[in-house]
Each structure stands twice: as C-alpha cells, then as structure tokens.
Design a protein around this ligand. Structure first.
Ligand code: B1M
Length: 212
C-alpha cells in the first residue's frame, strides 16, 4: 500500500487540518506502514511548504497553519510510529536566550525542524545559559538552536557556546542561531556553525551543513 503524496502535500500546503487527519487515518486503516506515511507523505509535504515560503509563494500565517496541520496529523500518527521512525533526521534543542521573551520565530523554526523529521525539544523563552547546556547534556542533540530578538540579548548566544566548550560538549552538536538582529557576521564572530535568516531556510541550510 502506498500513500497519496500529492493529496498530502496539498492538504499541508492549504492547511486543511480535517482533510489531512482523515487521509492519515485512512492510510493507517488501510495498513500503510506508519513510517511510510511520515517519510513519503508528511515530511515531503512540509518540505514543499518550506520551499514555497522561501520562494515567496507562501506567507507566514499560512506557514503557521501548515505547521499546525502537520502537527495535528502527527498526533494521529505518533502512537503508531516506532522509535526509528521518529526523530529520523536527528534531535534538536531550541530556545530563546536569557532576558528575551520573544518566541514566535523560535517556535516557527522549531515547527519547521519538526516537520523535517527532527525530534524537537523546545525549552522555551528567557532561558539562562546553563539551561541550554543542561538540556544539551540531558538530550544529546545533533543540533542546538538559539533565538534572540533583542540586540541586548544577542551576546547570550556567544556565552552559551563558550559554556558548551567549557563543558567539553561543543563538538557533539551543531549550533544554529537566528532572530531579527542576528547576522552571519555575528554568527562567525561567536563561533556558531549556522545562521538562518528565516525559519524557512533553517532546515535547508542545516541539511547542507550536515552533508558537506
Ligand atoms: Co518586541 N521588540 N520587545 N515584543 N517585538 C522587537 C524585536 C523590536 C525590533 C521592535 C522595535 O522596536 N521595532 C525591538 C527590538 C529592538 C532591538 O533590540 N533591536 C523590540 C523591543 C525593544 C521589545 C521590548 C524591549 C519593548 C519594551 O518592553 N519596551 C520588549 C522586550 C521584552 C523581552 O524580550 N524582554 C518587547 C516585547 C515584545 C512582546 C512581548 C510584546 C512581543 C513578543 C511576543 C512573543 O514573541 N510571544 C513583541 C513583538 C511581537 C515584537 C515584534 C513586533 C515582532 C517579533 C516577531 O514575533 N516577529 C518585533 C518587531 C519586528 O520584528 N517587526 C519586536 C515575527 C517572527 C516570525 O519573526 O522572530 O524575527 P522573528 O523570527 C524570524 C527570523 O528572525 C528567524 O525565523 C523567523 C521566521 O522567519 N528566526 C530564526 C528567529 N529565531 C530563529 C531561530 C533559528 C532560525 C531562525 O534557529 C534556531
């Protein structure tokens, strides 16, 4: 049994929550392998959303709805997935740095990574430097993401990277940073591996980084 990838892609892109849940449930009822539904249906569908967003064919409110739609379908699929199916792309810890309460961009980036098959551990806003390090020690992610929206909180990102170095775990993960005032120059300065100007490009840049 295969999945109707075109219908799934379309339902995700159009944010058709009920439709996507019905397709997912039907595929499960038809005994389609849950990993196939995820890897050949939902993940490529969300990839398409990321691509349309990067190309300016979709806008943020639509992308948010698509991410929510994907997440609703995941609620149905998750209990049927084996451990190997989940987090197949890797594990990510993501948070907003200390003193910063902005979470919309961070959550959007987290949702895009979830849509790309990452197991995402979102530690929230206003997270002290130690919280990033502790989460990295606990969850052993392949990717650590930090978001900052204020020029006054950006320096926390460099401090977290230094703490990761001091804890001897810096080399065990890639660090990606983002947020309106953040630049590539700043990322280079503090020794982050990746800078993403927007959540749509973050997944693609990360893929390129890991496959270089
Ligand atoms: Co604040 N705020 N805010 N604010 N706020 C800004 C950021 C500001 C630019 C507004 C302005 O003055 N023009 C300004 C910062 C100035 C600066 O430092 N350069 C500012 C300020 C000054 C403040 C306060 C100090 C205001 C005050 O109280 N006097 C205060 C600070 C509070 C604090 O954090 N301690 C404050 C408070 C707030 C609210 C709580 C009211 C609210 C946040 C609500 C929330 O997040 N739940 C808020 C909002 C909404 C904004 C603006 C209007 C919108 C931010 C946003 O959500 N954008 C913002 C002005 C603006 O940006 N137009 C502003 C949408 C979001 C999708 O974009 O977060 O940039 P963004 O994320 C993008 C990319 O940056 C990237 O991908 C996303 C999507 O493409 N990205 C990542 C972000 N994180 C990423 C992580 C990644 C990868 C990509 O990987 C890990």
């Amino acid at each position: 049994m295969s999945v109707d990838t075109t219908r799934i892609s379309e339902a995700i892109a159009k944010g058709q929550m009920d439709e996507l849940q019905a397709i997912t449930q039907k595929a499960l009822d038809d005994k389609v392998d849950p990993g196939t539904i995820l890897n050949q249906g939902l993940l490529p569908g969300m990839d398409k959303v990321g691509q349309l967003w990067r190309e300016g064919e979709m806008f943020m409110p639509e992308v948010l709805r698509s991410a929510k739609t994907m997440s609703k379908a995941m609620d149905i699929l998750r209990p049927h997935l084996s451990e190997g199916d989940l987090g197949s792309a890797g594990k990510m810890v993501i948070g907003t740095v200390a003193g910063d309460l902005h979470d919309i961009g961070k959550d959007l980036a987290g949702m895009m990574f979830e849509g790309a098959g990452y197991e995402v551990i979102n530690i929230g806003i206003d997270q002290p430097n130690d919280a990033f390090v502790e989460a990295a020690i606990e969850h052993k992610p392949t990717l650590l993401g930090m978001s900052a929206l204020l020029t006054t909180t950006m320096p926390r990102m460099g401090e977290v990277i230094n703490s990761l170095k001091e804890s001897g775990i810096r080399d065990q993960m890639a660090v990606i940073i983002g947020g309106a005032p953040v630049t590539q120059e700043f990322a280079d300065e503090i020794g982050a591996d990746l800078y993403a100007p927007n959540a749509g490009s973050a997944v693609e840049l990360t893929r390129q980084f890991f496959h270089r």
